[in-house]
Design a protein. Sequence first.
Length: 197
Amino acid sequence: MIGRLSGNLIEKLPPQVVVDVNGVGYEVDVPMTTFYQLPALGQKTTLFTHLVVREDAHLLYGFASKEERETFRQLIKVSGIGAKIALAVLSGMTADELAVAIASEDLKRLSSVPGIGKKTAERLVLELRGKLATGSNLAVPGGLPFAATPDDKSDIVNALLALGYNDKEAAAATKGLPAEVTVSDGVRLALKNLMKG
């Protein structure tokens, strides 16, 4: 089991990043809550990881904190919630916000995540009530936005598509974004737009 990675961040293509650990590049899928906190390319980073072994692939998921990883692990235990949907949930809200939504039975907030319908939201509340801790501090000092490139708009759209939104939703969410926005800020703003809708 790979429980943690520490190394240089060499690629950022949301929701995937590549961390170089002593010459080996690990591809890691991260929720946007973690992605926002990553340092600039070439900088040192540490991710708490969860390895999923399937017949056709070994998939590594990374998180900024142990609490966020634990929330992910609780999510994938819920019937009908796979790793992709769990990542989408943690991209739309922090672990603390999810815990509050579960505790307050906020089905509307939960079902605003792509892949989560009303029935799945009800199942989340039923199966996770009392299992998610609040008060974790997910902020990581030194998280810097990376420089914008001309392809930022398409990177933002691709990140939203990877999180389960369709072309129409992704296009609508990125429509009003400022031209000079970075990918991480753009994805954050686009997710906020989608949560409002």
